[in-house]
Design a protein around this ligand. Structure first.
Ligand code: NAP
Ligand code: SF4
Length: 729
């Protein structure tokens, strides 16, 4: 029986037959803006080699005003064609197909030159758009069609026209943003005139053979969004205008509903694609939070779609389909939808990469070459840093022994997986286990606390002993109920009222765990939709429940505390922090900054927020005050003069997360000298953005306000739910 027979079966779009039904969704990596097109080509070629059926590039602007930010990559002139040709040649040489996404940002463009249907500023952008006149609209259409023609000249197999996520074409579609009274506004026929005309002209520009993917918004998740009937009418008109297939878009960027974060249930929006599919005769592609071939195969077998789009999973593993086809699915590195190294990087002005695959976007510079001389390597600590160090050393041919005093691998990941909404961490640990167990070079010694004497005879010793919780040193009365975050995540009883000391990532996770009861919404799409106020678009326009979210009441009263006098959670992930803050707000967690901890007694915790100490009466106090490096072994090795390398939390605990731990371990650069050539070049800083004065964004409307602009990306709207043209699912 072949593996994943439906996913791996060919499909024909227009005149192009794809080798399988996987689409690598559009992602903005930042590579194009480095100007190093060899690197861009290497990134896409690796995914073509890894079996992607159809690759869609990051969004390319059709003109200057349509760019997501000033200086965004595009295909503006014939000069750009040679650069893009390097990419298409590299993909075709690997047997793949590639379409260029044409992305016009409209009022989402981070630019004073942005344009839109009406002069209505978006809540996630500082710049009001200029309302286009007839000539202006015609020029945008012409520029999009010209970009499509250039794409074909550059060797692309077709284009994807970005018509969703609240970008330019989507902005014309709904009265939320289109208040025109001319022939481009008012009735649905007028509002959909622009996307339909764009598709018609793009088809003419490309000719009949090329693939034309239209990204259609199936659920806007904003007020005054499209009704389902309007979606169906548009889909049919787009088909008639010449599209080869419809790809799924979910939610506008300004929506307050998460659509791709790890807490979103897998395949949470597939029912929409399934409903659209019988309404048209062209293939329909489903997307969002699909990260395993088993899920993709099931969706195809259920008839929910003709193809499956995955984007971030192709960052996590460039060999996604090749491994699935070879019966090696458990070896596919799982995208855990954390955004930490992809979208968070994008919005910090850094190159995209991946938490589980630091080689993503570094294909030409981070190379795991076979070792010139095989060494005996001891790695102590089977957390993310230690596991990754062992795996890479093993892949390079070294003989590795991985020690951990615990009986199971995973370290802190075993705590993370207990947090409701972080179920994907189970899959991450499973993946590490698969690689460790399948590598003949790696010996696991679990349940063994390695001592200095165990490490004699190894050529290389890597200490990845992780972290210990920081004791904040708050005076504590005997008998007071004080717990560590680890106790709580392992299920220690806490009572009805809890104070959490420390509002970093772990404080938020602990608070989320404490307010939760019953099934995790991430594992039950119905519960999740009720929590976030998501309706079926056939019941409510735009898919928003009219009277708002209905979260389950909190399981207990939780107070989340920090000393800094700022909004708790400000330093969480750039593109996910707003979700954690919104979630705890929904669960009525009281978040308090600017507190001083005087003492903990059997009655609760005494806090000082001004002149006097006040009791916050609670049943338990949970310490989430950061971590310190665990260096007992390292210190002993130093005392004995045994050389070793410290990585992960044992090296630097501050702001340690799995991304940094894995990144530090993967190159093995400290310990084993794997090659990392060069340094990522920063994204170009557009002159317009430097020092731009940005109107503070409404905190209700945007995930995070940025008041100065070190780079265009760093200051872009941070509702990240998708920036999926920017990056999808
Ligand atoms: P963290 O992010 O450094 O937060 C530590 C918290 O403890 C801060 O709120 C800090 O705030 C407080 N604190 C520090 N020293 C203290 C002291 N002596 N007394 C009292 N309070 C003190 O560390 P973490 O929460 O342990 O997280 C570790 C890493 O994992 C971080 O990099 C984090 O980003 C990552 N992580 C992220 C997520 C997520 O994004 N969802 C989830 C889990 C972990 P004050 O100093 O203002 O009191
Ligand atoms: Fe997926 Fe996280 Fe990697 Fe992004 S960084 S691709 S979300 S695992």
């Amino acid at each position: 029986m072949p593996h994943f027979p439906l996913l791996l079966s060919p499909i024909t779009l227009g005149a192009v037959t794809l080798r399988n039904r996987s689409l690598m969704g559009s992602m903005h990596t930042g590579l194009e803006e480095t100007g190093d097109w060899g690197r861009v080509a290497a990134f896409y070629a690796a995914r073509a080699r890894g079996g992607a059926g159809l690759i869609v590039t990051g969004g390319m602007a059709p003109n200057r005003e349509g760019g997501v930010f000033p200086g965004a990559a595009g295909l503006f002139s014939d000069r750009d064609i040679a650069n893009h040709r390097r990419v298409t040649d590299a993909v075709h040489a690997e047997g793949g197909h590639i379409a260029m996404q044409i992305l016009h940002a409209g009022r989402y463009a981070y630019s004073r030159d942005c344009v839109g249907p009406s002069a209505m500023k978006s809540p996630i952008s500082p710049f009001p758009p200029r309302a286009l006149d007839e000539d202006g609209i015609e020029r945008q259409i012409a520029d999009i069609a010209t970009a499509a023609a250039r794409a074909i000249e550059a060797g692309y197999d077709g284009v994807e026209v970005m018509g969703s996520e609240g970008y330019f074409l989507n902005q014309f579609l709904v009265t939320h943003t289109n208040r025109r009274t001319d022939a481009w506004g008012g009735s649905q026929a007028n509002r959909m005139r622009l996307p339909v005309e764009v598709v018609r002209r793009v088809r003419v520009a490309m000719g009949p053979a090329a693939v034309l993917v239209y990204r259609i918004s199936l659920i806007d998740l904003v007020p005054d969004g499209s009704t389902w009937d309007e979606v169906v009418v548009l889909a049919r008109a787009i088909e008639a205008a010449g599209a080869s297939c419809l790809n799924t878009g979910i939610g506008w960027h300004e929506s307050r509903v998460p659509t791709i974060a790890t807490s979103v249930p897998r395949a949470a929006f597939v029912h929409l694609t399934a409903r659209l599919r019988p309404e048209v005769s062209i293939p329909v592609i489903t997307s969002n939070r699909i990260n395993r071939p088993e899920v993709a195969e099931r969706l195809l077998s259920e008839g929910a779609a003709d193809m499956v789009s995955m984007a971030r999973p192709w960052l996590a593993d460039a060999e996604f389909i090749a491994k699935a086809a070879a019966g090696r699915a458990p070896e596919i590195a799982p995208c855990i939808a954390c955004n930490q190294a992809c979208l968070d990087h994008t919005f910090s002005g850094k190159l995209t990469s991946c938490l589980v695959n630091p080689r993503a976007c570094h294909e030409t510079e981070l190379l795991y070459r076979p070792a010139a001389a095989v060494k005996r390597v001891a790695v102590v600590g089977a957390g993310p840093a230690g596991m990754m160090a062992a795996i890479v050393a093993g892949q390079r041919g070294h003989s590795v022994t991985l020690f951990d005093r615990a009986a199971e691998i995973g370290g802190q990941l075993n705590l993370a997986k207990q947090v409701p909404g972080k179920e994907e961490f189970h899959g991450l640990i499973d993946w590490f286990a698969t690689l460790l167990l399948r590598a003949p070079q790696i010996t696991l010694r679990l349940g063994h606390a390695a001592k200095a004497e165990d490490l004699a005879g190894f050529d290389v010793v890597v200490v990845a002993t992780g972290v210990t919780p920081r004791d904040p040193g708050i005076p504590t009365e005997a008998g007071a109920n004080v717990l560590s975050y680890a106790d709580v995540l392992k299920g220690a009883p806490v009572g009805r009222r809890v104070a959490v000391v420390g509002a970093g990532g772990i404080g938020f996770d602990v608070a989320a765990t404490l307010v939760h009861a019953g099934v995790s919404p991430t594992l039950d799409a119905g519960v999740w939709r009720a929590e976030w106020g998501v309706a079926a678009p056939w019941d409510a326009p735009g898919g928003l429940v009219p009277d708002g979210p209905k979260p389950h009441p909190p399981a207990r009263e939780v107070h989340l505390l920090q000393r800094k006098a700022e909004q708790p959670g400000r330093h969480l992930g750039k593109t996910t922090g707003w979700i954690h803050r919104a979630h705890l707000t929904m669960k009525r967690v009281r978040m308090l900054g600017g507190v001083r901890y005087d003492r903990i007694t059997t009655e609760g915790i005494w806090l000082n927020r001004g002149a006097r100490s006040e009791l916050l009466a609670v049943d338990a106090v949970v310490l989430c005050a950061g971590q310190e490096p665990e260096r007992t072994l390292s210190t002993e090795l130093e005392r004995r003069g045994i050389p070793h390398h410290r990585i992960g939390g044992a090296d630097v605990a501050a702001e340690l997360d799995a991304k940094r731990a894995i990144d530090q371990a993967a190159p093995g650069r400290k310990a084993l000298g794997a090659a990392r050539h060069g340094h990522p070049r920063p994204l170009r800083q557009p002159p317009e953005a430097a020092g731009a004065v940005i109107t503070p964004l409404s905190s209700a409307a945007c995930s995070s306000a940025v008041s100065t602009a070190p780079s265009a990306f760093a200051s872009m709207p941070l509702k990240p739910s998708s920036l999926r043209s920017v990056q999808t699912a």
